[in-house]
Design a protein around this ligand. Sequence first.
Ligand code: SAH
Length: 254
Amino acid sequence: MVPGSVTLVGGGPGAADLLTVRALRALETADVVYFDRLAPSDDLATWAPRARLVDVGKRPGHHKVAQEEINRLLVESALSGLRVVRLKGGDPFVFGRGSEEVEACEAAGVPVSVVPGITSAVSVPAAAGIPVTARGLSKSFTVISGHDPLSEEELSGLAQLGGTAVVLMGIGTLGHTTAGLLRHGLTADTPVGIIERGCTPEQRVCIASLDRIAMTAAVQGLSSPAVLVIGEVVRLAPDAPELMRGMATLVDHA
Ligand code: SAH
């Protein structure tokens, strides 16, 4: 029997045309595709014409069992001789539990490879006109998971670093994050952007100062998936209030 294989494919932030050429090639020859909630999936039948398409979208709060089950499905399919594609949102190695899937395959002796994808950490801010770095405004960006509340050390580190903070899975802990950053010394007028369903037709952008963003986001009913961007670069967004944008020009020319 021809040995099967597993390819972990990054599907990008949700727009079909942000899939890579390599991702499309892997899909073209796949026998089975296990795809996620956040991966672009509307056109999957066209991209993977030979494949059985299996939605393994994980519901928040049910990660553990689901992940073990996914690992088992990947390995079993490959051991039965199939070319397996595991299509994930963004990049497989950014909070995607990709390394666990690689380990499961390796432990079972299944050949496994990874196709990187465009991560939402950078592309979703960009879709709202926010560069994660900009000369004179920010020379670093830190990507952090807000799935669990940030620790005091993490909050203090982010506040002291002075660059851009990008929080994924950060809507549930938004109030904790903003209060913590204020407590650790970020100024109340630090601009914050939240981009919900970035790079898709449903994209929504919400921009406010650090002391007001949690309330503003609640009023607008922002929900996951969303990327939170904290820092001076947010002033460059076309959706930023006029006053915030004016200050970016001042800082820039300083
Ligand atoms: N591997 C993915 C991240 C998985 S964690 C990547 O590299 O992008 C899931 C989190 O990613 C979501 O909670 C959200 O914070 C973010 N995310 C992914 N796609 C998004 C999108 N289109 N719009 C907004 N946030 C997104």
